[in-house]
Structure formats: structure tokens, C-alpha cells
Design a protein around this ligand. Sequence first.
Ligand code: NAD
Ligand code: MG
Length: 380
Amino acid sequence: MKTIAVLGSTGSIGTQTLDVVREHGDIRVGALGAGSNIDLLEKQIREFRPGLAAVWEEEKARELKSRVRDTNTKIVSGMDGLLELAVLPEAELLVTAIVGMIGIRPTMAALEAGKDIALANKETLVTAGHLITELAKKTGAGILPVDSEHSAIFQCLHGENPREVSRLLITASGGPFRGYKRKQLEKVQVEDALKHPNWSMGPKITVDSATLVNKGLEVMEARWLFGVRLEQIQVLVQPRSVIHSMVEFRDGAVLAQLGAPDMRLPIQYALYYPERPYLTGERLDFEKLAEITFERPDTETFQGLPLALKAAAAGGSVPTVFNAANEKAVELFLKRKIGFLDIYDIIGLAMEHHKRIEHPNLQQILDTEAETYDWIESRW
Ligand code: NAD
Ligand code: MG
């Protein structure tokens, strides 16, 4: 029986990971980890009986500990707790369903311990992709993408020679504001940004989808996962999220992966790779679907994508600034302290302010993150 650890088990990806585990009943959950939602974490502990559970917030960890005294689950907290979860001896795979670049250290610790990663936490790859891919190569650990676009590409590449790839075509829904112009975006509220047309996700990635920052992060994620040049990646808007992404090969053939928008499929593919057990859920009905349409992304209005491409082209520590500035700006937007378009301004100004570091090590990445946060906090 395969044993996994799930970091971020109470979130959108985390709970759907546990749905997949529950559906098949042949994977053991060795550890669960979350930020602060101990009500849900307690339920998960009682259902999955892990040996370890990590809670970021110390006080919540203490409370959970007393609540689950009757179980055999050890409760740990803080970054030490997340790291203990990441290297759990009996787990062969870590699902990184945590949000934000706080996932870097646990991801690297797991890779160092030779564990495979089912990677949802794209911020980690965007900021520390050079360290993570190198580490995975060194220890032979696998990185299995969970993000639907990257899972689609990974599925299209199955059995193919990666050297014969000419382009990756990453699809985007366009988010809730597709078709809007700047004037309309000036007035949008948090509630509007949290209404994604096709997917139900955590708040941060839902805002990222509305700004198209998410697509920018995904371009950088794809670059690290599939070892292609930036120029080989094209973003295409496909509003209904039926095609999850495509690969064009040297001979002109294009392979696409299609399916109903359901994150359990890419999650399951990462957990069971290369097997495809039966998965309940909606199937595509092509007669009802009738058409699939494509558009160019509106990069003039949605600055998230061009800003990301600029950060990606600059490389070094700049993607970290892009990501950290976005994390902070989204937090401010969700607290209603700034407007939607301010997110772009904050990212752009933070990138301008930063002095680029060529090959940042882990400490330099974390320092760049902290400096970016401080710089933004002192201004907004
Ligand atoms: P979410 O907000 O729903 O869940 C985040 C999880 O991380 C929660 O369990 C939370 O408790 C945990 N967490 C947050 N801070 C923590 C901390 N300091 N210590 C320990 N745990 C902490 O987010 P989500 O939508 O599930 O997204 C998770 C990741 O997956 C993100 O990187 C996102 O970009 C990526 N992703 C999500 C989707 C999706 O459909 N939701 C799709 C593709 C990629
Ligand atoms: Mg995605």
C-alpha cells in the first residue's frame, strides 16, 4: 500500500486529494498538514488516522492536540512541523497542496529525502524552480504535476520524446472578467473576483485567475517542469476549460488532453501515475459541447501575463519578486485595502525596485521574499 503525506489537506486541492484517496481506499495517509482550520483537520484525522498532523499556528496545534488525545496522531506545529511532515519516513509521496512560497522548504526537504512530489503548489516552482529541479535530478525523485494544464501536458508527453516538442499550448479560461476593459476593472469587488466561471478553488488562486497572474505563474511552472524555452510556450484562451492544454511536436502533430473540469482527475493521475483507475464524475458529451472556441489573451488589459513574462525573461530572483509581490497584493485586495488594478501596479513597482540576483540560493530567495513584503508593507 502506498503511503502519502498531504501538506495543505484542508484546502481545495487537499480535500479533493482526500476525496480521491477515499474513493479507492488503497492509499494510506501517513500525515496531514494545514494552516489553522483545526475543525476540518480533526475530522480528517479521525477518518484517515495519520501518524502525524502538522498545524502552522502554534495555538491551534495545542488545541488540536488536546482534542485528539484519544487518537494515535502526533501533533506538530510551525515550520519544524511542516518539515517533519515532509520527510515522514513511511511516505513515498508528498502532495504539496499548500498555497504560496511557504511551501519551498518542505518541498525541498521531501525531495532531499528522495520522496516524489505531487505538485500543486506552483509558487514554489516559480520561485525556486532551479533548485527544485536540480535536487529532484540529484535524488531521482519524481515531480508529478497536479495543476490541470501541466497534468494535461504531462499526459500528452507520455511515451513521447521531449526533444521532439516544438510548443506547449497552455489554455486559460480567461477568468470571470474575460472581455472587460480597464475601466470596468477599476470597479470590480472582491466578490466579483472570487466567482470563477469553471473551477471552484482557494481564494488566492481564484484572484490569480482573474488577474491572469495565474497563467503567468503557469508559464514559469511549465518552463521548469518540461525544460522548454519561454518562446516555446503559448497561452490560449479557451473559455470553457474543456481542453486542459496541448503539445505541438516537430512534425506538426498536436496532442490535447480534454475532460470535464474536475481537479480530481489530475490529482489522481499524479497519485497513481502511470495508472488510470476508474474515477466517478462527469464525462464530456461532445454532442452537447458542439464547439470549442479559442481567443488570444487580452494582455493589454490583463497585465498579469506580460508582467510574468517579463519576470520569467529576467530570471534569477525576479520571479520571486513577481510572486511575492503578487501574494502580498492579493492579500491586500482580499482585505479590501487596495483595488483590483493596484495588484498590477504593486507587482510592477516591486520588480522595478528590486536588484536582481543571478542564481539565488534558498536563503537569497527567502530574503528576497521578505524584502519584497517589507517594501510593499511600508507603502500600502
Ligand atoms: P486553499 O487556500 O484552498 O488551500 C490551501 C491549503 O494550505 C489549506 O489547507 C491551508 O490550511 C494550507 N496552508 C496555508 N498556509 C499554510 C501554512 N502556513 N502552513 C500549513 N498549511 C498552510 O488553496 P488551493 O486552491 O487548494 O491551492 C493550493 C495550491 O494549489 C496553490 O499553490 C494553487 O495555486 C494550486 N492549485 C490549485 C488549484 C485548485 O483547483 N484549487 C488548481 C491548480 C493549482
Ligand atoms: Mg491551472
